[in-house]
Design a protein around this ligand. Sequence first.
Ligand code: AMP
Length: 820
Amino acid sequence: MTIITKASILCLLAATVVSPSIGGDTLTPGRPLADGGGTLISAGGRFELGFFSPGASNNRYIGIWYHDIAQTVVWVANRKRPVTGRPGTLFIATNGTLIITDDNSTAIWSSSSPPLANPVAQLLDDGNFVVREAGSDSEDPNSFAWQSFDFPTDTHLPGMKLGWNLTSHLNRNLTSWTSASDPAPGNYTAAIDLHGYPQLFIFSGTRKYWRGGSWNGIVFSSVPEAIYASDRFNIVFIIDSQEVMYTNYLRNASMISRLVMNQSGKLQRFVWIEERSSWNLFWFRPKDQCDSMSPCGPNGVCYPSDWPMCHCLKGFRPKDPSNWDLRDGSDGCVRKTALDCRNGTDGFVTLNGAMIPDTSSSVVDWSLSLEQCRARCLRNCSCTAYASANISGSESGCIMWTTDLTDLGVVSSGSGQDLYVRLAAADLGSESGDSRRSRVVVISVVIAMTILVLGCAACCVWKRKKRRKNCLAEGHNEGTGQDLDLPLFDLAAIIDATDDFSIHNKLGEGGYGPVFKGKLGGEQDIAVKRLSKTSMQGLEEFKNEVMLTAKLQHRNLVRLLGCCIQAGERMLIYEYMPNRSLDAFLFDKSEDISLDWQTRRNIIVGIARGLLYLHQDSRFRIIHRDLKASNILLDKDMNPKISDFGMARVFGGDETEANTRRVVGTYGYMSPEYAMDGIFSVKSDVFSFGVLLLEIVSGKKNRGVIYHSASHLNLLGYIWSLWKEGKGSELVDGSIGHSCSLAEVLRCITVGLLCVQERPEDRPTMSSVVIMLNSDGELPQPQQPGFVVARAPPETGSSTTNHDSSSTRNSLSVTLLEGR
Ligand code: AMP
């Protein structure tokens, strides 16, 4: 914005003010546009420009919207600074500067352009608001001194450029609104990144959030479905010394379409359906499990419709097989056989249908054919892969990668392209007819076997040594009797790390005892759980937690780093979770941080994946038995980690349910069959997960609150009654605001209701839950939840009920009252 003083505005106004009202499509220095004094309408009647207030806001903005389509604003001038008092005015000064003033005549926004002698501002029929010399050609972009198309907000219209003018360094990108009532720049930006071979990205703040990929002559490589738009749009992507930019034009001028960067991080193309008078979602991204940044790590390939989704490229194997087996692909894959550039025996394997890897460090040579590209790659010992840069028509140009291949995917629709990955001869398999191959294979196998045998031997020696000083050894002394291989920390080191358990380092307190933050060796942040001598959860829970957490590894489970058993102290040392536990975000209204929908959804999906791992994918079948908001910890990126395994139980191979006399867990999260009959199974965890999901969506507690005083409904009962009446949207936590897609939220609520159904056999397994959360398929109709009537339980944390004791009967009858 050009800086303009109040005095100069008054001068400009004095020189220009004449008629109060407006019409047509043009502003001139003598014709300002006052708020309430009309609007500009483009000559063909498609777009309108004027003052408006978005959503429930009273703030006033100058915007452009479709003249005949309600509530679709495509551009906002003063998005960062609204007019708060009426009336504002938009006028064009005699030098061609556009200025918005408030009722005080203070400039709150202005355009910046070279001075003109006889300026006009005109709203064109493509939605572009331009400033030019009167009498110049309104069809010729070269005559525009300023244009709104150079400063997009969240919407790309046909004809608008997205990307860089390399001469003026103008970067045109799309930035989401903050909320439906506030067009100020939000968290997500779709932009062209110039590193390596330019690519489209969505950034969340400054972090890369989704990679749309590089232009392959038809579409951006990671948006293959946009190929189906190419018969409707004439798409142009230019990379030259002047600019790197994308634009499109409609093949049929009567079609209406827009591309929007929305508030929850989705890039959406809409088309207008005239007969139904509604916008239809044509495609959107990110949309599937492969759409996070490089989910399968270097040299891993993500298959969106597969489970597990990650595979290694041919000739590669998982770098960390144990994490890979646990569905954590982030470490990616490494070569089975090193490349052999010097002897010239390397070759290529073709990956068909690829969404090609990240090109941030790739080079492109447009002069090369595909054959020349192959030869160039073979000559360059650092070259790891190549592909055609342009797959429209006959393939041309050459992209070469000289690093690991990251964020690589494969599309099933056949709209991807071929990627040629360099492999050592030994890994080429039937693709190479070279007789040396078998020799290399044999030698490689012998070497691999030798390394394996030596590795195993070294591992055994190392384990034997290490076992002398770990939680196992101490555990034996203390009577755990379990074969655990978990580091034992020295008490002095923990005292040092926590500043002698300083109250300033206390993070919180659970049933087990206080938890302290510490800095190990002045570097690594840790959380130390110190078993309190008065804790109800004693040695048994300690042993259980050590035994289970030490053996489990998953990105959605908190990691136990070790323990400390010394001088009568028992402590567990965990990785530190900077955002602590989920309950504070959901229920503590004094916490001034609300979670947007995307974060809530990620948390729900992460918990579901962690629980699926416990139930199905880990070495044992584990029932957590105390899943609740305070047992979900959040890392620095708000990824959820399930914690507190003190009450978890391991099931043997065929065991599917068990009965306990000692019911442990937390009111509000316990399933009916568990609370009343002590029967627990994976389905009792599914019930707790359902309650947790509904709490995350609603921001309301299930436990101890009555939501409908007449019928005494708890949260489950309340949601059930809303859902039956088709009013599920009323449940959504107000603080989510407009950051959510209603369809996604309603889908989540339905999944939550399926999980809390009264009969365990009606509830889905966690693998079905994960699939339901990540797909668009039709969902079954939920039956009534168990426990729909509220009772205020004791405000303690986890509770234990012994079915044998006399108090048991009391507890049971109380529990029964709590049921329907
Ligand atoms: P708990 O005993 O697991 O219920 O933990 C009590 C409280 O300590 C939690 O609600 C958290 O606020 C905090 N806490 C526990 N573990 C960690 C951790 N690994 N990192 C950060 N905070 C933690």
